[in-house]
Design a binder for this molecule. Structure first.
Ligand SMILES: C[S@@+](CC[C@H](N)C(=O)[O-])C[C@H]1O[C@@H](n2cnc3c(N)ncnc32)[C@H](O)[C@@H]1O
Length: 343
């Protein structure tokens, strides 16, 4: 195993900004904890009703690529194809050299403005706005990977060398973070878009550190992608051959892509593969104003398929109503997160 030992004082403050992402090995103190995760605001889920909390916000602006496909084929974009488009589009942003791209698009805008080409200038300006937003949300704030929020959400679970199943895994980030915190087990990543295994996961940076636990010393340790035991399965979740055999069944950004009539089935996907003593962990994007703006501005990059933004109360009620016991719930930078068990 290629594991790298880190001294505690090195871990404490170390963070650096790379061209495509933030490398962040900082822990937070008890006092700062509330800045990274707000936990357990609902005391009794049986007292919540849809009348009180309302239904999720539906994102209705879609990518140009989706509109173009539908115009050309004169039918609605099939869901599987919409994921293929989404994954290719989203991946391009994770591998960008963001400062260099911002520089290039600034020059492009100024050149077109000086040459009085309003359409080209407008298009370059749009790209510059998207790049600046991505720079802030992903690279500076680290809102998408959010390692400190995710570690807060995944903390204190009763697990020994867990088998983890990640449904709709994309690049697999959260299964790797869990594997660092609860080392020695294995993770099965499932996505029906082969691009996720062959590009999103394959090209995930090998030098990205996941802060976790040193089982020998009880201290902290950085783990890297190649340290983990990962099996990437390209398959529709509906066709998986497993029984109730996983210690953790996880999904990140899956539930909100299904309208209400399909949500019971999605919750059930998790329940069918988790051991009776195991954990179901789900996250979904938050219904906050800044997220609504983000999905508006990034529509061409992100909005190829049905998408809702919801509160943690709405997310929890879907899970509670569909037979889960909620153990922990919280909000991190851009997502809600819930740890549950099958009831
Ligand atoms: C929104 S993404 C997950 C978000 C992810 N964290 C990201 O950064 O893109 C959901 C993933 O689930 C996959 N997916 C959706 N429905 C699926 C199904 N029925 N079986 C397998 N994978 C599915 C999609 O291909 C997509 O990669």
């Amino acid at each position: 195993m290629l594991e790298t030992e880190i001294k505690a004082d090195e871990i404490k403050e170390e963070t650096s900004l790379l061209p495509s992402y933030r490398r962040d090995m900082r822990e937070y103190t008890e006092k700062q904890a509330g800045r990274f995760i707000k936990m357990n605001t609902v005391k009794d889920w049986s007292l919540l009703s849809w009348k009180d909390i309302g239904k999720p916000y539906e994102v209705t602006s879609f990518a140009k690529e989706k509109h173009d496909w539908e115009r050309e084929h004169e039918k609605e974009l099939p869901v599987h194809t919409s994921w293929e488009m989404f994954n290719r589009s989203f991946h391009q942003w994770f591998v960008k050299d963001v400062p260099a791209e911002m520089d290039r698009s600034k020059k492009e805008f100024l050149k077109n403005a000086a040459m009085m080409k309003p359409r080209a200038a407008k298009s370059a300006l749009g790209e510059l706005v998207r790049l600046s937003l991505w720079n802030y949300v992903h690279r500076i704030q680290d809102g998408i990977w959010d390692p400190r929020g995710k570690r807060g959400l995944f903390a204190n679970l009763d697990l020994e060398k867990p088998r983890i199943l990640f449904l709709g895994a994309a690049e697999g980030y959260e299964a790797m973070q869990l594997s660092a915190m609860y080392p020695g087990g294995e993770a099965v990543l499932v996505d029906y878009d082969p691009f996720c295994r062959d590009a999103r996961f394959e090209e995930f940076p090998e030098s990205y550190p996941f802060l976790g636990q040193n089982k020998q010393t009880g201290g902290r340790k950085a783990f890297y992608k190649n340290d983990f035991q990962i099996d990437y399965v390209v398959e529709d979740i509906r066709n998986l051959p497993y029984g109730k055999e996983f210690d953790i069944v996880l999904s990140v950004g899956l539930l909100e892509h299904f309208p209400d009539k399909l949500k019971p089935e999605v919750v059930d996907w998790h329940r069918s593969f988790v051991k009776p003593s195991g954990y179901i962990i789900m996250t979904t994007p938050r219904a906050q104003l800044r997220s609504k703006l983000y999905y508006e501005i990034m529509a061409d990059v992100m909005n190829h398929t049905y998408r809702e933004l919801m509160t943690v109360e709405q997310m929890g009620l879907y899970m509670y109503e569909n037979g889960l016991e909620i153990l922990q719930h919280g909000i991190i930078k851009v997502h809600n997160g819930i740890v549950a068990r099958a009831r």
